[in-house]
Design a protein around this ligand. Sequence first.
Ligand code: NAP
Length: 284
Amino acid sequence: MKVTIFGASGLLGKALMREWREDRVTGLSSKDADVRDPRQVKDAVEGTHPDWIVLAAAYTDVDGCETNRERAFAVNRDGAANVARAAKEHGSRLLFLSTDYVFDGNKTSPYEVDDPHAAQSVYGRSKAEAEVQVEQILPGSCIVRTSWLFGAGGKCFPDTILKLASTRAQLDVVNDQLGSPTYAIDLARAIIQLCRKGAKGVVHVTNRGECTWFDFAQAIVSAAGLKTIIRPTTTEKFPRPAQRPKYSVLSASGLDHYGVGMPDWQDALRRYLIERSSAGNPDF
Ligand SMILES: NC(=O)c1ccc[n+]([C@@H]2O[C@H](COP(=O)([O-])OP(=O)(O)OC[C@H]3O[C@@H](n4cnc5c(N)ncnc54)[C@H](OP(=O)(O)O)[C@@H]3O)[C@@H](O)[C@H]2O)c1
């Protein structure tokens, strides 16, 4: 199988490049092909002849999207449409990465794949509109929604908490947003299986279980053996430009249908910390 990954230099992209060993994989960053430019996308696809395209490229700065709306829609929505068109012309299958931010976060039970979009942020709207475009241009694409991504090789929540905890005696972390942390390596492995199984439609892929950012921070500090005290606080006390969903747990029933299992987030965190430590991170 030949695979082309847009966004190969990102958090997920790096994990995909590391885990995807048995197929012929080409990884592209924005320097290789800017998804905003249909010509660059077409050339990249025609030059690599992929059976599958994985579109992990995105403008992921959720707060930055609020002030750079034009860039958010150009990269996330129009870029996805450009890749879907190139995939259609070339006859490639497409797996597109989306997000829990397409929902409003008002539910209290896991979001199902067919729950309606109700994004509360520019980032969420740009990804929701991308989903619609991808489905219209190339029906039968696979749309993988994930959440709270963490892993090596990029800025992520556990890394930030460990850096802060190494210099502070206490940290305040919000305790009123509930979601599912997802280790980039586990997501990459699931994506590889989904491509091999010819997955179609929307599939939710996160690590199992749910927690608040406060719970997550406590688990990180405790697993790392640090003494920093984590104190619960509220979203109201930490206003950010983009609204975050209060609840964004995604139902795994679609993934179960393909027989793909995901480890729970505590197990994922343990493996991430080992990976971070063996990479010789000086802060750990
Ligand atoms: N991070 C999360 O918590 C999270 C949660 C839910 C869903 N997701 C989704 O998961 C996917 C992967 O996220 P991530 O955290 O791995 O992203 P990331 O680390 O921010 O990486 C973004 C990637 O997109 C590329 N990119 C940005 N603008 C581009 C452009 N105009 N043309 C081509 N490539 C461009 C970047 O390339 P350069 O390095 O060259 O800039 C980089 O490879 C995204 O679709 C994101 O929306 C992420």
